[in-house]
Design a protein around this ligand. Structure first.
Ligand code: SF4
Length: 407
């Protein structure tokens, strides 16, 4: 086992982790879970690995209370892995819109197809679910922690999880200092988690432990306002006993994300519909619909020259902000009103081709034809709210509809 810096002056390896905590942690956690754990989450159903899988993907980077609003509608529309695999991405996207991190949904959709193909029986509509970590790891979007959770919670197999809650609890109880992103700390945490997770999967102990450690991290051992007074680990918790609860896990300043400026262009026809375009399948907001967005200032200058009536009023000038994992977008809304005509003006087509060169067809085009290469459609802001659009577009609609001219 690798050595880990436990404080600036002391070094620790797993052999020197608090032996009392190693011995008492799991039984205490299981006993606490019986009375205080969460037992009523909609994905906590016996023998439904699909529900556990969907919930685990939704829960990545997202809190339970947010996921609760998305999980049931998703399950009603796609109750089985077969129904999800058979759906088009355009049918799936609206059920994820607003949850963010859309690559998760695209991978889930893709992996549903892989599961049906590799493990499904089309006649009986049953799945012979994979029972090993290695097999789960071959599916799109499944990492070791998600696979561990599905094995433990959905399939009653031995599986180990390592999400943010688990890292926080283990770092605090065992007094682990250092950057949890660093391989040396990460390896220590995985090894510790493996040691603490009960092997008796068939009795339900692995599943109970898995849910319990997430619950402890989500309800008592939280990032802020930690409720140590109710915690069963107090006397064995290193951070509590040394007064370092809020210092662990250690935080390391990340380089701030750069901010990029651009424009969101609302192109409105005489019916009050906006022109929407589907983003390419991979990349930012992949597969979702947005109004045209560009960072090209010369294109905007041309646009404003050709549509001199396009005024950006102070209210319309409200900027739209969106933070991605690697940069922040600061977008200036611009509104162009098109008169009825047979073709879209060239400058608008130039804007639309900014998105990429994929092929597609215009949908329900009303008064403007000659579609550019990528899928576009005219939709009222209200209608657009029910297709797969990112949260930033929902904000744009909310922000702008109150100020647009009546039709
Ligand atoms: S005693 Fe406090 S810091 Fe330690 S595990 Fe419990 S809640 Fe977390």
């Amino acid at each position: 086992m690798a050595s880990v810096a436990i404080s600036p002056a002391v070094t620790l390896d797993s052999a020197t982790l608090n032996p009392q905590a190693l011995e008492k942690f799991t039984p205490r956690l299981l006993a606490w879970f019986v009375e205080h754990g969460r037992h009523d989450l909609p994905w906590q159903t016996l023998d439904d690995p699909y529900k556990v899988w969907v919930s685990e993907i939704m829960l990545q980077q997202t809190q339970v209370k947010t996921v609760l609003a998305y999980f049931e509608p998703f399950m009603q529309r796609f109750p089985t892995v077969f129904s999800l695999a058979a759906a088009d991405w355009d049918e799936v996207a609206p059920y994820w819109a607003g949850l963010g991190y859309y690559a998760r949904a695209r991978n889930l959709h893709k992996a549903a197809g892989q599961v049906v193909l590799q493990y499904g029986n089309a006649e009986t509509l049953t799945i012979e679910w994979p029972l090993t970590l290695d097999k789960w790891l071959t599916l799109s979007g499944i990492g070791p922690s998600t696979a561990g959770a599905i094995l433990a919670l959905g399939l009653h197999q031995f599986g180990v999880i390592m999400d943010g809650n688990v890292k926080r609890v283990l770092c605090r109880v065992f007094g682990i200092w250092g950057d949890t992103q660093k391989p040396v700390i990460n390896r220590l945490l995985w090894s510790l988690a493996e040691q603490l997770t009960p092997q008796q999967a068939q009795t339900g102990a692995t599943a109970a432990y898995t849910q319990a450690i997430m619950d402890l991290g989500a309800t008592l051992c939280t990032p802020k306002k930690v409720l140590c007074m109710y915690c069963p680990m107090q006397d064995i918790c290193t951070s509590f006993n040394t007064g370092h609860v809020y210092d662990l896990p250690q935080k390391f300043a990340k380089k701030p994300n750069p901010t990029r400026a651009g424009w969101v262009i609302i192109i409105q026809n005489s019916k009050g519909e906006w022109l929407w375009q589907q983003r390419p399948p991979s990349g930012l907001w992949g597969g979702l619909w947005t109004v045209p967005i560009t960072e090209e200032a010369p294109l905007i200058n041309q646009l404003l020259k050709q549509f001199p009536q396009t005024q950006v009023s102070p209210k319309q000038a409200q900027l739209l902000y969106h933070g991605f994992t690697h940069f922040n977008w600061e977008l200036q809304p611009i509104i162009i009103e098109l008169k009825p005509r047979r073709v879209l003006p060239k400058i608008v087509r130039d804007l639309l081709t900014e998105f990429g060169k994929q092929t597609g067809q215009i949908k329900n085009n009303s008064e403007h034809s000659l579609a550019p290469k990528q899928p576009i459609q005219w939709l009222t802001p209200t209608a657009a709210s029910s297709i797969g659009i990112p949260k930033a577009m929902q904000q744009l609609i909310k922000q702008q509809t109150a100020h647009l001219p009546e039709h």
